[in-house]
Design a protein. Sequence first.
Length: 287
Amino acid sequence: MSATNGQGTGVAEAKDYASYLALDQLLQLQKPQSRPIAADEILFIAVHQISELWFKLVLHELSGAIRDFAGDALLPAAKHLARCQAIFNQLSGVWQVLETLTPSDYQAFRPILGQASGSGSFQFHGIEYALGYRESGDPDLGTYPEATRRWLMGWYAGPSLYEGFVATLGRLGYPVPTSTRSTQGTPDPALEAVFETVYRAPHAHWAIYEVSEKLMDLEEAVQLWRFRHVRAVERIIGHLPGTGGTSGVTYLATTLERRFFPEIRSVRMRLFSSGGCTRGLAGEGSL
């Protein structure tokens, strides 16, 4: 049986809420491995599975934003970015739940995790690649199955969110550099000049200004999520090594330095710290 929506498209009819959401399957996926079963292992599993569902939605939204940039649709892209920020705000909250796990609670099932670690989240690596993070050399994906490696390389080799945005600016006539792939650490002066033009007269470049601010909002949300991750891990395992072979908290702290949109950030900081932005907005009001 099929139902027809208002556009005349036939869709399968779900019988009820549970079948539409496949709850029978979903609720069977939380399977503790400890024996006897540790009381808090299901908390650990559920928190990470919930995070992976949110990551899936983030990737869906980032894909939409990249497509919108390819079509020079700046404001629809901004909506995707705002949703990603909201998702990361929710993701930060899961660490508050996990922090109710004490060190002794965690040790009751930690040995059965083996090499299972958050560092193995291929979806989050995909998010980092979509945002523009790139390793200094080719990524080491040898621990993943072949299909996952291909999927990750698609994100790694494809245009990032920032590259898509900058390409849009070029098509709109702004003098952007031909490549932004190498600018994730050190700001490119030519691209800084473009964003300085935007930030000195935001109302004359409103859609670009709006997207730029949404990118900054998203970067901050990711950074806050990382910070809460570091604090949660520190509370639960201290400075013990991580299960995935990393140095644990020490490694996670280094990821706090990963930033994605250097030219926007540097222009905002420089103009506000020097008072130049206030002068540039003369006639539009001042802060």
